[in-house]
Design a protein around this ligand. Sequence first.
Ligand code: NAD
Length: 442
Amino acid sequence: MGEQDFTDVAVWGCGSIGLSLAASFAARRLAVLGCDIDGGRLARIADGSACRTEPDLARSVRAGLESGLLRFTHELGTADAIRAHIIAVPTPWRDGDGFDDRPLQAAIEGILAVAGPRDAICIRSTVPIGVTAALARRLKAAGRDMDVACTPDRSIEGASYREQFSTPHLIGADDPAAAGRIGRLFSRLGEILICGSAAEAEAAKLVCNATRDAMFGLANEVGRLLDGLGLDGRAVCAAAGRGYARFALPPPGPVGGPCLMKDTHLLLDAAPADAAPVIRAARARNHAIPAEVAGAIAAHVADLTEARVALLGIAFKGRPAVADLRGSPALEIAALLRRDSRHRIVVWDAEVEAAAAQRQGLSAEISPLAAARGAAAIVLANDHPALRALDFDALLAAAHPRALIYDLWGHTLGQAVTLQPGQMLRVLGGGIRRGAQEAPAP
Ligand SMILES: NC(=O)c1ccc[n+]([C@@H]2O[C@H](COP(=O)([O-])OP(=O)(O)OC[C@H]3O[C@@H](n4cnc5c(N)ncnc54)[C@H](O)[C@@H]3O)[C@@H](O)[C@H]2O)c1
């Protein structure tokens, strides 16, 4: 194997990552067929709503569809073409059950049903170490001697299309000829790096996200430590990093989304239970944040018979902007607060449509101000720039007289926020400010 280049690309799974990759190859003039089992997803790709928050991806998909180079289907058939089958299906990790490889196995079965002998399989999904080599062994044992490689995606959701052309593509295969052939395909997009083995590429991807998770965990630990010492952790870290590149800690903040938590678990799953205690501790620190925030809010409103809580920014992140609710810290906070029937949760998000919030059982307001009206707690839950631009005095004027603003991302720092007596502003890792006490009546 390994000698002949591909005429076509088939992408299995056209979600956040698969769609960007499919459009990128079509933009490089390759014929691409995207296959997804979710008809709703295919409809959203066709009407453009799947790329609402990524305009360059939307333009590329439209151009690909118009040129005929990019097509989509829910069922891929056999073909005379020599195809690279790229798998971009979910690879979830489930509490208690671990890695769920069913979508991956279903995609592999789908490929094997239609693939020709010169086709190849590239695993783009993030997988535990050893999955690619196990697939290669399985194919060989079945007499299907196809090229197999791990070609993980390291782009950032929300700017994934752009990063297909700027982030080096890791290529890992245990057969050097397969690595070379699949590497040539990905070099159509940009820089490639051929790893020493399939396992090396799998591990490199997991290590990228596990160390990112750990860096956030360390930032959250430092923020908590300084907070406990009565210091403004954000101010301390800003001073520490100013003009000093050797201090490179990100700011504290909740960690969400479909990848960081999962990928850390996928990496640790292969290791003994006592390995990597630092990474585990950082994960635990990040994991604890939504419960700590929910606990602080519940305590603040404990003496009210009914408390409205406004969660602003419910997508799992705001920069780059996404409308993705997977692994959303705000949803986790909402779920914890809803255990107490006195808490009335309302939400607002600059990107998430009201219908999507309603599908989560949440009541969506049309503006931040509408959400804040009468709220005893207002949470600035993600890092979307629209939250920094809010008129906090207007929110507080509309809110409950004893409202708490819980700012999880430092949006309020450096802004004039007028707290009425009884109101409170708390910044994650950045201390607490209270409204001045009312002067005693004369
Ligand atoms: N989202 C990210 O930012 C990101 C970044 C890097 C890597 N990844 C990895 O990429 C993979 C995909 O992630 P995603 O966020 O794009 O997931 P996603 O859920 O957005 O998309 C996956 C798509 O695969 C489809 N699918 C499921 N089974 C299928 C099958 N058998 N055949 C065809 N289609 C099928 C689903 O319908 C869905 O549309 C995961 O392993 C993830 O860890 C994601």
